[in-house]
Design a protein around this ligand. Structure first.
Ligand code: NAD
Length: 258
């Protein structure tokens, strides 16, 4: 039975293979809105694009092929190069340096894990770092679409001149990469502590990770809100950076000594 902040500190101290599952909440402090909060992207799109069948269709691959405008209207809000990592990202890096991080599975596409220097990261939903032409499949560094994205213009392929460019992020209706499937099947038996930070756990298959690990492995949720469908052993509710600051102070330098 674990249920207090002190138990969480103890678990971070003793665990050696920590799996951290992150969502949009860890990047909110960096200035990137999440999806499903009151001030999130979905609420705004609902107002700005009444023609969207529902706000998530902006990230639906079939919808994007027909109408990429809503996506290109929004994309500059996440486009890399404008943001720096949060304390939560740096904490994950700290766990990695301490030899305690098994893997960071992130649902985020903002590349802030890599900017924070985290190496053991799986970008489950891809990222903005590269883009591919829907028509001729030409792949480029997303620097090439930066100008269009920042101007909220649909970006077309410079090679074939006709195809729409799509950042290499996983849309609804697309498969997650092999990297994800291979790594999670390897990691699932090694994890000795699972920590979910800043995610509503609504997007599968990533949302299933906590339900697929051995029930004896302790789980911690660090989030602004409770998740009705997910009962972790420990729930630390509030702003994740505040909680993580308190945790890292409590864990202190000792984390490296074990
Ligand atoms: P979500 O919007 O569904 O849920 C975010 C969760 O984080 C909510 O439960 C919210 O209460 C919580 N939260 C928000 N701010 C917080 C804070 N400061 N501290 C603690 N908790 C906080 O996001 P999700 O679960 O990641 O949804 C998955 C999809 O969202 C992914 O597919 C991802 O690609 C996409 N997304 C990514 C980004 C990004 O890359 N930064 C931003 C928005 C959405």
């Amino acid at each position: 039975e674990y249920n207090t902040f002190k138990d969480a500190v103890e678990l971070f101290r003793k665990s050696k293979n920590i799996l951290i599952l992150t969502g949009a909440g860890v990047s909110v402090a960096c200035g990137i809105p999440d999806f499903r909060s009151k001030n999130g992207i979905y609420a705004r799109l609902h107002k700005d694009f009444p023609e969207l069948p529902d706000p998530s269709s902006m990230f639906d691959i079939d919808f994007f092929k027909k109408n990429p405008a809503p996506f290109y209207n929004f994309a500059r809000e996440i486009f890399p190069g404008q943001f720096t990592p949060s304390l939560s990202h740096m904490f994950i890096k700290f766990l990695e340096e301490s030899g305690k991080l098994l893997r960071n599975y992130t649902q985020n596409i903002d590349t802030l894990e890599k900017i924070a220097g985290i190496q053991k990261v799986i970008e489950c939903h891809g990222s903005f770092s590269k883009s591919t032409c829907l028509s001729c499949k030409n792949e480029v560094d997303s620097e090439e679409i930066r100008e269009d994205v920042l101007a909220q213009k649909i970006s077309y392929c410079k090679k074939c001149k006709t195809g729409v460019m799509k950042p290499n992020i996983v849309f609804f209706g697309e498969d997650l990469g092999d990297d994800f499937h291979e790594q999670i099947s390897e990691d699932i038996d090694k994890v000795d502590l699972l920590v979910v930070i800043g995610s509503s756990l609504k997007v599968q298959p990533v949302a299933l990770i906590p339900f697929n690990i051995d029930p004896d492995v302790p789980q911690i949720l660090i989030n602004r809100e409770l998740l009705p469908h997910y009962q972790s052993d420990i729930k630390l509710l509030g702003n994740c950076d505040d909680i993580i600051l308190a945790l890292s102070m409590a864990i202190g330098g000792e984390i490296k000594d074990e």
